[in-house]
Design a protein around this ligand. Structure first.
Ligand code: TMP
Ligand code: ASP
Length: 250
């Protein structure tokens, strides 16, 4: 099936979304070479980043789908694009943490790298103007990011299923999954607000913390956030290792 790119719908920090001609239920997602941090106060880019992240996110979504976690992924097109289902996005970012790092380590003044006995799931309100603040379950209901407590429970359950899958997926290439952020949308089945909740957006070194299991070297966007150098090399290494391990299996 040859998909055709339609009009630009939306441009975000790391992706552009286009219509797919004649396919109102699909979206054409293009991964840009740009890299931002701290709500786009810090900006950068590297050549081929879009293609690297497209390849990684496609592999991840195909892997998760084989383990029963459906996503918006439909097909890859070109070298930095993919066709996805069109979803109504929920205004929430769901973060899962296996090891303390980043904002939660800072918040409680605890050492980065402290393993957690039980994974933490957290909700953040997706609103750049407010700097995506942390929200409690009750605040999530108040803000109507999902209509019911059951929906919130489903988001957490799915996030933990994703966590189990990703630990295996990255673990196979010697990477420890420290934490990650995912986003969800609803498809159009069952009318407005009533569709199935599905995994969307991307799962890449932009949205995960990945540490080398042996050396503890960071292999993700923290290299850019913290000016550690070797950003492009790390992303490319992650893609190469994942391709080698999973390319022929999913
Ligand atoms: P945090 O420790 O800064 O809260 O980040 C937790 C995880 O979420 C980490 O893997 C990076 C990812 N993340 C995003 O994908 N987008 C964001 O805007 C932020 C703040 C974090
Ligand atoms: N995603 C956010 C940004 O692009 C923040 C981050 O990942 O650090 O600015």
């Amino acid at each position: 099936m040859a998909y055709q790119k339609g009009d630009l719908i939306y441009e975000g920090k790391a992706k552009r979304l286009y219509a797919v001609k004649g396919e109102p239920d699909l979206v054409w997602q293009e991964f840009k070479d740009s890299l931002t941090a701290f709500n786009a106060q810090k900006k950068g880019a590297f050549e081929n980043k879009g293609s690297v992240n497209r390849d990684i996110t496609s592999l991840v979504f195909r892997f998760l789908s084989e383990r029963g976690v459906g996503s918006h992924w439909v097909a890859d097109v070109g070298d930095r694009e993919q066709v996805t289902r069109r979803l109504a996005m929920l205004k929430v970012e769901v973060v899962v943490r296996n090891t303390l790092a980043g904002s939660t380590a800072k918040k409680f003044n605890l050492a980065e790298g402290t393993p957690l006995e039980v994974p933490l799931t957290e909700f953040y309100y997706k609103d750049d103007a407010l700097n995506d603040p942390f929200i409690s379950d009750e605040q999530a209901l108040m803000l109507k990011v999902a209509p019911t407590r059951e929906d919130l429970d489903e988001l957490k359950r799915t996030a933990l299923d994703v966590n189990r899958g990703l630990i295996e997926f990255f673990g196979a290439v010697g990477l420890d999954l420290i934490d990650f952020k995912i986003e969800f949308g609803r498809d159009s089945s069952g009318g407005p607000g009533g569709g199935r909740i599905m995994l969307a957006d991307e799962i890449t070194p932009d949205s995960c913390r990945l540490w080398d299991r042996v050396t503890r070297e960071k292999m993700d966007k923290d290299r850019f956030r913290r000016d550690l150098g070797g950003v492009k090399e790390s992303y490319e290494k992650v893609r190469a290792m994942l391709h080698e391990a999973w390319g022929s299996k999913v």
